[in-house]
Design a binder for this molecule. Structure first.
Ligand SMILES: Cc1ncc(C[n+]2csc(CCOP(=O)(O)OP(=O)(O)O)c2C)c(N)n1
Length: 750
C-alpha cells in the first residue's frame, strides 16, 4: 500500500534536501555540479538573487532564468524541491508572457495554469504518464517545460510550433486538440489501453470550466464512472466559460450555464483543501474499494452532498477539492496523494485558478487576454490591426441587429463564442433574444430547430470548424425536417495561425451534400449584407451563409473591382435580399484586348467561376491574363445551393476553359459544378477544359492566411498560371508561377 505524504516538505524521489534546494537549483543554471553549487561564491548568489527584481512598467519578469535554463525536459524538474517550484513557476510565467508578446496567441489560459503545469510535470512521470490538455490552448507552459522552449518564437507561425498540443510535435503531447471537451474521453481510452496491456502509468485529463460545458465531457464522465479504469480529471475552474464571459444574453451577463453556477457555489461554500485534509480524506478510502464506497456513503449521510462537489460523485468520481491552483504546496501534495491513491475509481480534482494570472494587463482584461496579438510587455499595449475596413463578423452583427429591430422573431444563438461570432453586439441590443449556450454546438443546433418549429427565425452563429460538432443535429433535426434555421458560419476557409484544427474548409462539402438547403458565400461585405437579408427571408428551409476570417474589402475596392456600389436606397447595414440561386457576371471576356502572342489564332476564352471571397483574386487574375491576351470572364456564383445552372451551362457553352474557385475542400462547389456539367453532357465532346481549384486534400498547418493559400495554390498567381496552362501556354505558366510565388517567412521555420 502506498504511503501518503503530507505537507510541503515532501520532495519527489530521493532529493528531499530541505534548506539546500535553492542553492542546488541555481547551481544548475551555471552548469555547476550539486556540490559545486553548494560552494558557489557569494557574488554568484547575488547575481542570481537579482534575477527576481522587478522590471519596467508591467514587466515584472526576472532578468535571468536560472531554474528554467536547467530544465530541458520534465525529468530535470525532479531535482528541485517543492519550495523551489514557485521560482520556476515565476520564470515560466514570464517566459510565456515574453514569448506570446512576440508571436501573439492564447495567453490568458496559459498564465492561469502555470503552477498547475509545474505541479503536474513535477509529480507525474511524463511522457509515460499521459497529460491530455483539453482544447490545448493553455499548453504553452507545458511546451516550454517539455523541450520546446527554444521554438517558442515560432509559435503559431508557418513551419513553427502549433498553438495546441499535437502528437507529431512531441512525445509529451499524447493527444492533439483544438476543439474542446475531448480530454476525458481520450484519457479514459488511454487508461483502458493501459489496463489491457498491464501498465501502471497515469492518465490525466485537464479540462476547463468552459470545456466541461460540452456534452462530450459528460458522456465521458458517465462512462468513466461505470468503468474500472482509473482516470484523473483536473477541472481547471477559472470562471471564464465563454469567450468572453460576461456579455449580455438571455441569462444576463453570467457565465453560460447552470454548471458554472454550481462549481462557483462549491468554490464559495468550501474553503480550499490543503494537502493534509486531502490526504486524510483519501486515507479514509483504504484499504479497499469497499471502503471507498463506504466513505462516500458516509459523506452522503453527513450531508456533504448537499454542500456541493457531488455532481461528480454522483457520476462515479471521487471528488477532491477545491484546491488553490496557484499554491504549489497544495497542488503538488494533492497530486502526489491522488497519484499514490489505490484503487480504480476515477478521480476529479477541482482546482481554482485565475485566467491571466500574474500579468496585470491580462488580469484586468474583460476577456482575461484569451487571445492576443503581439504586445509590448511593459505597457501591455497590443499591436493594433491596420485594417481600414470592418471585419466580416462585425458586418454580420450590424446587419442582423438592423433586421432584428424590425423583425421580433429574429433570435441569435452562439456556442460560447459571443465575441468571435459578433453576437455580443447583438446581445447588447437584444439581450433577451441572444443565447450563449456554452460549448454545446449540438445543443445550439437543435435548440435553434425547436425555435424554428414555433415560427421564430434562429440565426445560429457557429464557426465553420465547430459546426462539425453538430453535424447529425444539422442533418437529423434541421434539414430533414426542413426547418428554417439560419446557419452563420464564420471563419470559413483557411483561418491562419490557429491552424488545421480550426480551418473552416469542410462545410461546403458537408452541408452541400444535404437536400433542401440554401448555401451562400459572399464575395465582399456588401454581398454579406445581401445574404443576411436573403437568409431573413428564407422561411421554408434551412440556409447557410459562410464567410471567411478577416476584413471586408472596402467600398472603393468593391466598386473598382466588381463594379458594384451600395444601393442608394439601401440602409447602410441591411443589404437587400438576392434572387435565390442566381449568380452575377462581374466581367465578360472580350474577344481579346490584345493579339495573342501565338499569332493570328484567337486565344481560347477562360471563365473564372468563383464562390465566396476568392472573387477578388479571380478579378486580379483576369486583369493579369487579359494583359497577356487571354480573354477572361469572371462570375460570382453567390450560391452553391441551388446552383445557377443556366448561367453555368452558358459559361460552359461560350468558353474553352472553366475554372472554379472556392475556399473549401474537395467535395464542395467545384464538385457540384462538375456534377452538373457531366450530367448535362458538357464534357462529352472534350471541347471544354474544366479545373476545380479547391483546398488540396491535406491539412494545411498554421501560418498566415496568405501563406496557407499559397500552400493551397489558391492565390492570384496560381489562378493565372492554371489558366495559362489550360490555354496552351505552358512555358509562360511556369515562368509566371516562379516569378509570382509568395515567399513564406523562412525565418519562422524552426
Ligand atoms: C468545440 C469547440 N467549440 C468552441 C471552441 C472555442 N473555444 C476555445 S477555448 C474556449 C473557452 C474554453 O474555456 P475553458 O475550457 O474554461 O478554458 P479557459 O480558456 O477558460 O482556460 C472556447 C469556447 C472550441 N475550442 N471548441
Amino acid at each position: 500500500m502506498a504511503a501518503f505524504v503530507c505537507g510541503s516538505s515532501f520532495v519527489a524521489g530521493t532529493l528531499s534536501i530541505q534548506g539546500t534546494e535553492d542553492k542546488e537549483a541555481r547551481g544548475c543554471k551555471f552548469g555547476l555540479t550539486r556540490s559545486a553549487a553548494l560552494k558557489r561564491p557569494r557574488a554568484l548568489r547575488m547575481e542570481v538573487d537579482e534575477a527576481y527584481s522587478p522590471g519596467q512598467g508591467f514587466n515584472r519578469g526576472p532578468r535571468s532564468t536560472p531554474f528554467l535554463d536547467a530544465i530541458n525536459s520534465p525529468t530535470d524538474m525532479k531535482n528541485l524541491s517543492v519550495s523551489q517550484l514557485p521560482k520556476l513557476a515565476h520564470e515560466l510565467r514570464w517566459e510565456t508572457i515574453k514569448a506570446v508578446s512576440q508571436t501573439g496567441g492564447h495567453l490568458g489560459a496559459s498564465l492561469g495554469v502555470v503552477e498547475l503545469t509545474v505541479a503536474l510535470h513535477y509529480v507525474f512521470n511524463t511522457p509515460a504518464d499521459r497529460i491530455v490538455w483539453d482544447v490545448a490552448h493553455q499548453a504553452y507552459p507545458h511546451k516550454i517545460l517539455t523541450g520546446r522552449r527554444h521554438r517558442m518564437p515560432t509559435l503559431r507561425k508557418y513551419g513553427g510550433l502549433s498553438g495546441f498540443t499535437k502528437r507529431d510535435e512531441s512525445e509529451y503531447d499524447p493527444f492533439g486538440a483544438g476543439h474542446s471537451s475531448t480530454s476525458i474521453s481520450a484519457a479514459l481510452g488511454m487508461a483502458t489501453a493501459r489496463d489491457f496491456s498491464g501498465k501502471t502509468n497515469h492518465c490525466i485529463a485537464v479540462i476547463g470550466d468552459g470545456a466541461i460545458t460540452g456534452g462530450m465531457a459528460y458522456e465521458a464522465m458517465n462512462h468513466a464512472g461505470s468503468h474500472n479504469n482509473r482516470v484523473i480529471v483536473i477541472l481547471n475552474d477559472n470562471g471564464q466559460v465563454s469567450l468572453p464571459t460576461g456579455t449580455k444574453s438571455a441569462s444576463g451577463t453570467k457565465a453560460a450555464g447552470a454548471l458554472s453556477e454550481y462549481t462557483t457555489r462549491i468554490l464559495t461554500s468550501r474553503p480550499f483543501m490543503d494537502v493534509r485534509s486531502v490526504a486524510k480524506q483519501l486515507t479514509k478510502l483504504m484499504p479497499s474499494e469497499m471502503r471507498q464506497m463506504a466513505a462516500q456513503f458516509d459523506e452522503y449521510a453527513r450531508g456533504v452532498v448537499q454542500q456541493g462537489g457531488t455532481l461528480f460523485e454522483e457520476l462515479g468520481f471521487y471528488y477532491v477539492g477545491p484546491i488553490d491552483g496557484h499554491n504549489l504546496d497544495s497542488l503538488t501534495g494533492v497530486l502526489q496523494n491522488v497519484r499514490d491513491m489505490p484503487g480504480n475509481k476515477p478521480v476529479l480534482i477541482h482546482v481554482r485558478t485565475e485566467k491571466g494570472r500574474g500579468y496585470a494587463p491580462a488580469e484586468a482584461a474583460f476577456d482575461k487576454y484569451h487571445g492576443v496579438g503581439k504586445f509590448n510587455v511593459s505597457t501591455g499595449v497590443q499591436q493594433k490591426s491596420t485594417a481600414a475596413t470592418l471585419s466580416y463578423t462585425a458586418i454580420f452583427a450590424k446587419a442582423l441587429i438592423e433586421h432584428a429591430a424590425i423583425d421580433r422573431t429574429i433570435v441569435g444563438i452562439n456556442a460560447a463564442m459571443p465575441g468571435g461570432t459578433g453576437l455580443s453586439m447583438f446581445g447588447d441590443k437584444f439581450p433577451s433574444r441572444c443565447f450563449d449556450v456554452g460549448i454545446a454546438e449540438q445543443h445550439a443546433v437543435t435548440f435553434a430547430a425547436g425555435l424554428a418549429t414555433e415560427g421564430y427565425k434562429p440565426f445560429c452563429a457557429i464557426y465553420s470548424t465547430f459546426l462539425q460538432r453538430g453535424y447529425d443535429q444539422v442533418v437529423h433535426d434541421v434539414v430533414l425536417q426542413r426547418l428554417p434555421v439560419r446557419f452563420i458560419l464564420d471563419r470559413a476557409g483557411l483561418v491562419g495561425n490557429d491552424g488545421p484544427t480550426h480551418h473552416g474548409t469542410f462545410d461546403l462539402a458537408y452541408m452541400g451534400c444535404l437536400p433542401n438547403i440554401v448555401i451562400m458565400a459572399p464575395s465582399d461585405e456588401l454581398e454579406l449584407q445581401n445574404m443576411i437579408a436573403t437568409a431573413v427571408e428564407i422561411d421554408d428551409m434551412p440556409s447557410v451563409v459562410r464567410y471567411p476570417r478577416g476584413n471586408g474589402l472596402g467600398l472603393d475596392v468593391i466598386a473598382q473591382k466588381f463594379g458594384t456600389r451600395r444601393l442608394e436606397e439601401s440602409n447602410e447595414n441591411m443589404g437587400r435580399s438576392l434572387p435565390i440561386g442566381k449568380g452575377r457576371v462581374i466581367r465578360r471576356a472580350t474577344s481579346g484586348n490584345k493579339p495573342s502572342p501565338k499569332g493570328k489564332r484567337m486565344s481560347p476564352k477562360v471563365a473564372l467561376l468563383s464562390l465566396g471571397a476568392r472573387l477578388l483574386n479571380a478579378v486580379e487574375a483576369a486583369e493579369a491574363l487579359e494583359e497577356v491576351g487571354v480573354p477572361v470572364s469572371v462570375v460570382d456564383a453567390r450560391f452553391m445551393k441551388p446552383l445557377d445552372k443556366d448561367l453555368i451551362l452558358k459559361l460552359a457553352d461560350t468558353h474553352d476553359v472553366l475554372i472554379t474557385l472556392e475556399e473549401g475542400s474537395i467535395g464542395g462547389f467545384g464538385s457540384h459544378v462538375l456534377q452538373l456539367l457531366t450530367l448535362e453532357g458538357k464534357l462529352d465532346t472534350g471541347k471544354l477544359k474544366v479545373r476545380p481549384m479547391v483546398i488540396p486534400d491535406v491539412f494545411i498547418e498554421q501560418g498566415s492566411q496568405t501563406e496557407q493559400y499559397e500552400e493551397a495554390g489558391l492565390n492570384t498567381h496560381h489562378i493565372v498560371s492554371t489558366a495559362l496552362r489550360l490555354v496552351g501556354r505552358e512555358q509562360e505558366a511556369i515562368k509566371y508561377a516562379k516569378s509570382s510565388a509568395i515567399a513564406v517567412s523562412e525565418s519562422t521555420i524552426a
